[in-house]
Design a protein around this ligand. Structure first.
Ligand SMILES: C=C(O[C@@H]1C=C(C(=O)O)C=C[C@H]1O)C(=O)O
Length: 470
């Protein structure tokens, strides 16, 4: 093959990449195949949210994940491979999809840095089947992005996943990467533009009477030993005079909730699902798994003394401890069934800006043959978002809630080629569709729950989210 001389600085600096891609293409010619290359480049620091705002297109899917406290943020834009499915075996199919893609991926560049190399982005719905036929997300989406930009510990990595076939023009591919890099570099001092405040109208879909009646009815079922816990959610519908500014909302969320996971995902059809969740479903780093049992809540106090009193009451409440222990028992049981040896830490407080929770991190070593999605399929939904016994609670949730949960309270995160992953539970979240938003939040109901207090807890969560959206 003839290689024309490349004179630009980029080609000189990246001649290794250029020659690497050419050799991959020659291999494709010989074997009559396609190959995916994950190109990882260290770049100067830039805010991934700003890159998302600049690069995302309404007709392309994307994903955003940030934990400000951990100094981590990752944006994934557009897909070069994607699986969108419904049905019960969605986790198994997702695992197969990832494994079969990985067989055809090679890496280029420095893959030792955090977030370098191939990452798959995944989001699932709470139930594997939807009742609301026109709900805008399928029950599982897994994609390999075209562009991925991430920061950790002040370092920044760009990943460009490229399909190499016999037909593509390697020079054009390298030029495109060069152009994108130049745009990204120009974004270092760019801040997203802010809209003028809009007028908002709010309409709760379930009124307080419906929610409280559901709690009363659920308590009767708990009393008669039909189940021991159920998590009931409520929604708040909001209409704005302007389109919601997604980036402003995400920026607000990360400022207000620096120790939560801020997330956003687009279906490529104009709808986005965003939120700020304190709950990690699983993270795995070098086979070390951590999952959060998070259940049992109290508001933050207005003064340090009130705050401490609320915290003390929460830590010492038999009702809250019972609600919490149902989650620990379920998680440890499920991990044990998978052959893992869960280690349970002492319960502590997870204090957020508006609310505090009982929190027990649980850790385990994951054998190399257990895929993260297998663990997720066993854990989701935990009693933190469904109830106990789980199947009964899920059936009752369908009966009580007169809206589709969709992506609310469901797993959402990334997996890399080595089986490292980070998945959260998509609570305190909103479905955004132009000038409309539907906000979701719930609360766990156990024996001793007070319908007024549970309603107040849900409202507290919804209002905190609403404040960030407007
Ligand atoms: C279901 C939600 O939160 C869950 C319910 C909690 C509770 O009732 O104490 C606490 C944390 C979460 O496990 C939600 O915020 O939507």
């Amino acid at each position: 093959m003839t290689v024309s001389p490349c004179r630009s600085k980029f080609f000189v600096e990246h001649k290794d990449l250029y020659h690497f891609l050419l050799s991959v293409q020659e291999n494709c010619l010989t074997n009559d195949c396609q190959q995916i290359v994950s190109v990882s480049l260290d770049i100067d620091w830039v805010d991934p949210l700003v890159v998302l705002e600049k690069f995302s297109q309404a007709n392309e899917i994307n994903f955003y994940f940030e934990n400000k406290g951990k100094g981590e943020a990752i944006a994934a834009i557009d897909a070069i491979a994607k699986l969108q499915i419904d049905g019960q075996d969605r986790f198994i199919q997702a695992e197969h999809f990832i494994k079969s893609c990985l067989k055809n991926i090679i890496n280029f560049g420095n893959t030792n840095q955090p977030f370098a190399g191939t990452h798959f982005f995944c989001y699932f719905s709470f139930f594997h089947q939807k009742v609301q036929i026109n709900y805008p997300f399928p029950s599982a989406t897994i994609f390999l992005p075209r562009w991925q930009i991430a920061v950790k510990n002040q370092r920044c990595v760009l990943v460009n996943n490229i399909i190499i076939s016999t037909r593509v023009n390697i020079k054009k591919i390298v030029q495109k990467l060069h152009t994108q890099l130049q745009i990204i570099e120009s974004l270092q001092d760019y801040s997203p533009k802010l809209d003028f405040p809009a007028q908002f109208s709010k309409k709760p879909v379930t009124n307080s009477v419906h929610f409280k009646n559901s709690v009363v009815s659920a308590l009767e079922k708990i009393q008669s030993n039909h189940l021991s816990k159920i998590v009931l959610a409520d929604v708040l519908d909001v209409k704005s005079s302007n389109y919601f500014n997604l980036f402003k909302s995400l920026d607000n969320l990360r400022q207000i909730h620096p120790n939560c996971y801020i997330f956003s995902t687009s279906n490529g059809k104009g709808q986005n699902f965003i939120g700020a969740s304190p709950e990690r479903l699983i993270s795995i780093h070098s086979q070390q798994l951590i999952t959060d049992a998070l259940a049992g809540s109290a508001p933050r106090g207005q003064t340090p003394a009130e705050d401490a009193a609320n915290a003390n009451r929460l830590l010492n409440s038999a009702k809250e401890r019972h609600e919490h222990s149902l989650v620990i028992d379920f998680i440890t049981q499920r991990l044990t069934q998978l052959g893992l040896l869960p280690q349970v830490s002492a319960p502590r407080l997870r204090q957020l800006s508006n609310i505090q929770h009982l929190w027990t991190p649980i850790s385990a070593i994951v054998p190399a043959n257990v895929h993260p999605l297998k663990i997720i399929s066993q854990l989701h939904p935990t009693p933190a978002v469904a109830g106990a016994a789980r199947d009964i609670a899920c059936a009752e949730i369908r009966r009580y809630e007169n809206f589709e949960r969709g992506l609310y309270a469901a797993p959402l995160g990334w997996i890399d080629a080595e089986g490292n992953c980070e998945f959260i539970v998509g609570i305190r979240s909103a479905l955004i569709d132009g000038d409309r938003a539907r906000l979701y939040a719930g609360a766990g109901i156990v024996a001793g729950s007070d319908p007024d207090k549970e309603f107040a807890e849900v409202q507290l969560k919804l209002q905190a989210l609403l404040k960030a959206l407007v």
